[in-house]
Ligand binder design. Structure first.
Ligand code: ZN
Ligand code: FE
Length: 251
């Protein structure tokens, strides 16, 4: 099994670095420079690149990385990904540094968006965030709600490795949705302490998300009521999700 650490990029992106001895893989290298610097500093050889979706902040560094390292590039088959050598559409099982990784289709943020599930961990790009979820640039609320439901069905102790540091902002929205949820209040304090200490708020656990992320709580009465007060057409999980996502866009 590989070790996982993170490489900060741009303003709030995280590129996940997987290592096993001197062998390395990265998830969503939007920028090559900080990855190359880390590979050089740690004497690592890049074997694999995993891309969750086509946005530039997730694949922008791939071309430069494969110029310097003979890495295979796993990416959504239906999206335009520079240098993709292993097109995927979900349901596959791939090998990453000798560890089996399950590929899960999670359409919504983009239509070809993939999540990569390693033992005990999920690399989910811009689908599920700390206390939030990605915007619906391409998919429908029903697609994203189904993708989040698939993630929610994983074991509670699954570490959730998302691609952005958005948790504090998302928790402000979570508090607006559920002002009386003690798990949200506790997480606000915990994340504030981490960020004040210069630490990332991720990975979280799926249990944490199920307790405090409104987008995974669309059947909770308090969340349903808040969504109904913000335009949900009915109490169905998809309608609740759609109303929350629309509310979040203007929050
Ligand atoms: Zn994105
Ligand atoms: Fe992104």
């Amino acid at each position: 099994m590989f070790l996982v650490s993170l490489i900060p990029a741009f303003k709030d992106n995280y590129i996940w670095l997987l290592t096993r001895g001197q062998r390395a893989a990265v998830v969503d290298p939007g920028d090559a420079a900080p990855v190359l610097e880390r590979l050089r500093a740690d004497g690592l050889t890049l074997e694999s690149i995993l891309v969750t979706h086509h946005h530039a902040d997730h694949q922008g560094g791939v071309a430069e990385l494969v110029e310097r390292h003979a890495a295979q590039v796993f990416a959504p088959a239906s999206e335009s990904i520079t240098g993709c050598t292993r097109p995927l559409s979900g349901g596959e099982r791939i090998d990453v540094l000798g560890t089996p990784v399950e590929v899960i289709a999670v359409p919504g943020h983009t239509l070809g968006h993939l999540a990569y599930r390693a033992p005990g961990r999920l690399f989910c790009g811009d689908t599920l965030f700390g206390a939030g979820c990605g915007r619906l640039f391409e998919g429908t609320p029903a697609q994203m709600a189904a993708s989040l439901a698939a993630i929610a069905a994983l074991p509670d102790d699954t570490a959730i490795h998302c691609a952005h540091e958005y948790t504090e902002m998302n928790l402000r929205f979570a508090l607006a949705v559920e002002p009386d949820n003690p798990a949200v209040r506790e997480r606000v304090a915990r994340v504030a302490a981490l960020r004040a200490a210069g630490q990332p708020s991720v990975p979280s656990t799926l249990a944490d998300e199920k307790a405090s992320n409104p987008f995974l709580r669309c059947a909770e009465p308090a969340v349903v009521d808040a969504a109904l007060a913000h335009g949900a057409v009915d109490r169905s999980p998809t309608a609740v999700f759609a109303a929350l996502r629309a509310w979040r866009n203007v929050f």
